[in-house]
Ligand binder design. Structure first.
Ligand code: ING
Length: 307
């Protein structure tokens, strides 16, 4: 089964840029996607706002204005309407404040009929919760978000088995295998990744981009699935985040790649029948996995050295 899939890379969002302006940029990319025959479109992590976890605030409630209390809402309804009019499915990430007052880094998958058919809350939160003076740049996701409570789930949408991850999740093989064990054929990953290292000496942007691409290509190959990894990137109030949006096939090859650091659409045709070969041979999990030897993966959080 074939599907034209798009990745809508979003350039920097400045902290004083309102949601309506961002949604207008998203809709321009959705229009271009429609014109190019895209049936399913992937937006980045935290698509509606600047990457505010780079800023420290003592009272976290001061940052509640970065969060959405309902979805869709007045700012995003036009995007939902446009997608429904095009018969286009899509995912995007945003910051969710639940009625119970819980804060999550969330992504939703919306069907061509405009229904939210899957919600995912980011499991792996990088960085730290308190201000760390030794850092050149703060990365305070653990301060502003709870670790997600959804786990990794899939949904059959537009004929394909789809699952979602967010940013740091892509670096953890557990993310990919949890989806792979559900037969996933398309994994979406929005991300916001700062270019600066904020602890050790500059590791260089090339190394960071390599680790990003390595993670996505390995995850796709080792679970015989397509992956669409889409950046919010470029300059945000003087802070750089790298681009590198890619679409990867079930053999781990990059089949589409963003060229710039701004708003940019990447497109590829996915043939989901190509997932079957890997799932029935090298990665036939049922034939080859030996779960009796994997206990450490779920029973042990950190390293234990006993030798
Ligand atoms: N950002 C980064 C990411 O995982 C990071 C954090 C950067 C971790 C570089 C490791 C190295 O891509 C988010 N938002 O998770």
């Amino acid at each position: 089964m074939n599907m034209i899939v798009g990745g809508a890379q979003i350039g920097g969002i400045q902290k004083d840029e309102g949601r309506e302006a961002v949604v207008a940029r998203m809709m321009a990319l959705m229009q271009e996607a429609h014109d190019r025959g895209v049936e399913f479109l992937v937006y980045p992590e935290m698509t509606l706002t600047t990457f505010f976890p780079r800023f420290y605030v003592e009272d976290r409630a001061e940052f509640d204005h970065w969060f959405e209390t309902e979805m869709p809402n007045a700012a995003t309804q036009p995007l939902f309407d446009m997608a429904k009019g095009f018969g286009m499915g899509f995912t995007f990430g945003y910051c969710e404040l639940t009625p119970e007052g819980l804060h999550y880094n969330t992504s939703i998958l919306v069907s061509p009929e405009g229904e939210i058919v899957l919600t995912y809350r980011k499991t792996h939160l990088p960085g730290h919760a308190e201000y760390e003076a030794e850092r050149t740049h703060q990365h305070l996701e653990k301060r502003y978000f709870l670790a997600g409570d959804t786990g990794f789930n899939v949904v059959r949408n537009q004929g394909a088995i789809m699952g979602m991850a967010i940013c740091n999740d892509r670096r953890w093989p557990e993310t990919w295998r949890s989806l792979g064990l559900q037969g996933v054929e398309l994994v979406t990953i929005g991300y916001n990744t700062p270019s600066q290292n904020n602890l050790s000496a500059e590791e260089g942007i090339e190394r960071r981009v390599y680790h990003h691409e390595l993670s996505v290509c390995a995850g796709a190959y080792q679970n015989s699935t397509y992956a669409v990894a889409v950046a919010k990137c470029g300059m945000e109030d003087g802070n750089h985040m790298f681009a590198g949006s890619i679409i990867v096939d079930p053999d781990g090859f990059v089949i589409a790649r963003a060229q710039g650091e701004g708003d940019e659409l990447i497109v590829a045709e996915c043939d989901f029948d190509k997932c079957a070969f890997g799932k029935s041979t090298v990665f036939n999990f049922d034939a080859h996995r030996r779960i009796e030897h994997y206990d450490r993966i779920t029973e042990q959080t950190g390293v234990k050295i006993e030798v």
